[in-house]
Structures are given as C-alpha cells and as structure tokens.
Design a protein around this ligand. Structure first.
Ligand SMILES: NC(=O)c1ccc[n+]([C@@H]2O[C@H](COP(=O)([O-])OP(=O)(O)OC[C@H]3O[C@@H](n4cnc5c(N)ncnc54)[C@H](O)[C@@H]3O)[C@@H](O)[C@H]2O)c1
Length: 306
C-alpha cells in the first residue's frame, strides 16, 4: 500500500510518523514545495525505523509528483495554518489555490487514489476538491470530525475524571470554532450516558472547550496543533488501508442526507477500502437538527467565497 502525504509541515510529518509507527503501509511518500524539507523529514523519520520498529519505507520529494505515482491514498496537508486569533475561514484565499493544484496533480499521477483533505477551511477545501476533480464521492474525505471527537473525548474524560478510553463521543457539523456540534446527549462512559454523571452546565463547558480546542492550542503554540491532527489522519488512512470499516465523523458530500445538499460537512461515515462506504444518519433531536442546519449555512457561506 503506497500512501502520499502532501505538505511535509507539522501535520504532514506527524501524520507520516504515525502511519509508519502503526506499520501497516509499505510506502509513504512525503511531498513539499520547500526545497529539501520533505527529503529531510523522510530521512529523519527513516532513522527512527529501528528504534520504533517499523518497516514502512518513507521517502521525500520537492514537488516531483511522478514519485507519488499509483498511490492508493493521498493526504493533503499543504497550505498555511492559522496564527493566534485567526479563524480557519481566513485561510481560504491562499489555501484554495494550493489545494486545487495539489489535488489535480495527485489524481493525474494516481487516478484511483482516495483523497483525505486536511487543509483549512477543511469543509470548503473538501467541497472544492469534489468540484474540481469530479471523482466518485466516496473517494474524497475531509478530516476534521475525527480530531474534534478526540478533543471532545479528552475534555469529557477531564470532566469525568476518568481515562479517555472509558469515554465515547462524537462531534459532527462544520470544522470551525462555531460550527462544531459535540453530541453531548449521546456521549457515554462505559455505555452509560455522560448526562448521568455531569450537570448541564458542566457539559456546556465541555462542549465550548471542545469547539475552541484548535484555537486554544494555536494560542499556546503560536501555530496550529499537529500531534492529534496527525494521529487523526493516520487513523482514517489505516481504516482505508486495512479495510477496518470504522466509523468516524468526516466531511462528506451530502446529497439529501440530514436534509442537506451541495456541501461537505462532518457526519458519521464508515471508512473502509472504498473510502466512504456509508453515511450514517443519526436520529438527532430538534435542537441538534437546528444547530447542524446553522452550521451548514455557515459552511455554505464560506463555500461561496471560492
Ligand atoms: N482538518 C484539520 O483537522 C486540521 C488540523 C490541523 C491543521 N489543519 C490545516 O492543515 C494545514 C497544514 O497545517 P500545518 O500546521 O502542517 O502547516 P505547516 O506550515 O507546518 O505545513 C504546511 C506545509 O505545506 C507546504 N506547502 C505549501 N504549499 C504547497 C504546495 N503547493 N505543494 C506542496 N506543499 C506545499 C509548506 O511548504 C509547508 O511545509 C493548514 O491549512 C492547517 O490549518 C487542519
């Protein structure tokens, strides 16, 4: 299984590292436009192979797409990240051009590739990839909800004072500070709804902390985070590569599901060897439906800037 990661920056390199450590892929190609960076990070990562015990071969290239030929999965992390105080939507001007160009090049060299879009504003970049490439909709996946859900579970475990592995929960909606919809009503601790343990006020705080999870880290780090984003992408890649058929909230093109169409937004999907193999329709209550609709309207507003 050959996997390409475009953008050898913070998220791309972290994603390549997690893919290698999980040791399910034969080959990872890192591609960047900054001379030598992808080659350097690939070599540095390869020098961890004996230490971390993996056999995945990682190589790097400065802009040579022929090296990515016949990739089965490609991840797009190229573009600029936000700085403290910025929203993801403010990145659209620069990142739209980059994502369009990168996606086109990837498909030219790997016509059967499944794409995972990470660059922000991610829902709009995923929609852009659909519009530009005309690939079957199952082969373009936007990564946001897998990360936001991991952050939600972290915040829930903090509130419950329990290990994160005891907690389950999901964030759907747009991948933005205001558009995310952490599903507190459905979250559980060992199959018991968290609403049994936490007050409405505490859950509202968990929800708010989850929604600004990226902004909180950007303020601390001076740029956007990479460990959890890289790990989240690698989980999607593994679910495709190993046909795990795991459920993640991902940005997907909706055609009437959830009463929404002509946009990409985060909803639960099944990820397997064919990319998005199914869209799962949750039985949302009226409040959740209203919030998802508002989130979709905001995503469409950003899409209109393309
Ligand atoms: N979807 C998510 O959940 C999520 C999470 C974190 C970050 N992000 C987004 O991912 C993107 C990358 O973030 P980062 O922190 O890794 O940024 P970064 O600046 O560390 O890395 C981006 C890399 O892309 C490269 N690049 C730029 N234009 C390119 C092109 N045309 N071809 C190939 N490479 C190119 C740059 O040289 C750089 O190395 C940002 O847009 C960020 O907002 C998304």
């Amino acid at each position: 299984m050959k996997i390409t990661v475009v953008g050898a920056g913070a998220v791309g390199a972290s994603c390549a590292e997690y893919i290698a450590i999980k040791d399910f892929a034969s080959e990872v190609v890192l591609l960047d436009i900054k001379e030598g960076v992808a080659e350097g990070k690939a070599m540095d990562l390869m020098q961890t192979a004996t230490l971390n015990g993996f056999d995945t071969r990682i190589s790097g290239t400065t802009g040579d797409y022929s090296q990515t030929k016949d990739s089965e999965i490609a991840v797009i992390t190229s573009g600029i990240p936000r700085k403290p105080g910025m929203t993801r939507e403010e990145l659209i001007g620069i990142n739209a051009g980059i994502v369009k160009d990168v996606a086109t090049q990837l498909v030219k060299h790997s016509p059967n590739v499944t794409l995972i879009v990470v660059s922000n504003p991610m829902d709009t970049m995923t929609y852009l990839a659909h519009k530009e490439l005309n690939l079957p909709k199952n082969r373009i996946i936007g990564m946001g909800g897998a990360l936001d859900s991991a952050r939600f579970k972290y915040r829930l475990s903090e509130a419950l004072n329990c290990p994160a592995s005891d907690v389950d929960g999901m964030v759907i909606g747009g991948h933005s500070d205001t558009g995310m919809l952490p599903l507190t009503r459905l979250a559980t601790r060992n199959s018991v709804r968290v609403t049994e343990f936490l007050s409405e006020e505490r859950l509202a705080q968990v929800s708010e902390d989850t929604k600004v999870g990226g902004a909180t880290l950007t303020k601390l780090l001076g740029t956007s985070a990479w460990y959890a984003p890289g790990a989240a992408v690698s989980s999607l890649v593994q679910s495709i590569a190993c046909d795990q058929k795991k459920m993640f909230p991902c940005s997907t093109l909706l055609e009437g599901e959830y009463g929404l169409k002509d946009l990409c937004i985060g909803v639960p999907v099944i990820i397997g060897k064919n990319g998005i193999e199914d869209i799962v329709e949750l039985d949302l209550n009226d409040d959740e439906k209203t919030k998802l609709k508002e989130s979709a309207e905001a995503v469409k507003k950003t899409n209109a800037l393309l």
